[in-house]
Design a protein around this ligand. Structure first.
Ligand SMILES: [Zn+2]
Length: 135
């Protein structure tokens, strides 16, 4: 499912078969979907009821297995509301993916500012322009 056509798939998002999203479910639960696929996936389950239900089932199985394996703390015990937990999980993953994109954007802006500053300083140093003289 993760291939070189990822770009193309993004554009033709609506035409992708549900099957592809169903194949993404285990990766979603394992947390190893690529960002682009994760965005597609999150976007799809927002509107696709049948895929959402499939995810809900898979989520319950996954969490139950982990619970039995003692991977999860018992904090949630008593209020073991799996559909609710899944909604929180989706919200959290959506937040994370956008936060990551934001961080990348901020990093790019900072990088551009640093490059511009370096260019200005070098230009001054090599007498291409005279910034220090202007101050
Ligand atoms: Zn679907």
């Amino acid at each position: 499912m993760i291939d070189k056509n990822a770009e193309k798939q993004y554009d033709t998002e609506k035409e992708i078969d549900h099957k592809e999203f169903l194949e993404m479910i285990p990766h979603y639960l394992a947390g190893d979907l690529r960002e682009k696929d994760l965005l597609l996936f999150l976007d799809h389950i927002k509107t696709c009821h049948s895929c959402y239900e499939e995810l809900e089932t898979a989520f319950m199985v996954d969490r139950t297995v982990r619970y039995l394996d003692d991977e999860l703390d018992d904090d949630a015990e008593g209020s073991y509301d799996l559909p609710r937990m899944m909604k929180d999980d989706i919200r959290e993953k959506t937040r994370e993916v956008y936060a990551r994109q934001n961080a990348r954007h901020v990093f790019r802006v900072i990088l551009i500012i640093v490059i511009m500053a370096v260019v200005l300083v070098l230009g001054d140093f090599f007498d291409i322009w005279d910034i220090t003289g202007m101050i």
